[in-house]
Design a protein around this ligand. Sequence first.
Ligand SMILES: [Zn+2]
Ligand SMILES: [Zn+2]
Length: 162
Amino acid sequence: MSLSPSLHQALLSAVADCYALAEQRLGRAFERPEISLAMRGQSAGAAHPTQNRLRFNPVLLAENPEAFLKEVVPHEVAHLLVWHCHGKVAPHGRQWQGMMRDLFGLEPRTRHSFDLASVAPRTWPYRCDCQSHQLTVRRHNKVQRGQARYLCKACGSALKPA
Ligand SMILES: [Zn+2]
Ligand SMILES: [Zn+2]
């Protein structure tokens, strides 16, 4: 999915704001991270301190822009700041919690509470002679391409799209 330019800009601004605040409050400079939108699935973001890189999930950003910019961005930036200030410590340990509370004024929550319906693994409804089944996208695609056939363990008949 492609992110709207204004939301992409808002993401970059939110990261820049976090760094401006950090430099002002901590009295030191931080190298700006590389920002990637390559995160998929149910995670909102990830920080890769050794590469000074942040990865964000564009689907969850688009669906929850306000909470994402306000909480996910500082959460991930805090991981990089902790790495620069303290080196290798527990990912959500007291240094990170302190950064969240004292620098960003946020509750140090480790999980987001976004609705994951749109990023949950999708399944396809199938049926056999005796019951209905759910196939993963991967299996569904194989059936569609004629590369696989799946049999019901109960009745032995082939699963067909419902
Ligand atoms: Zn984290
Ligand atoms: Zn069956």
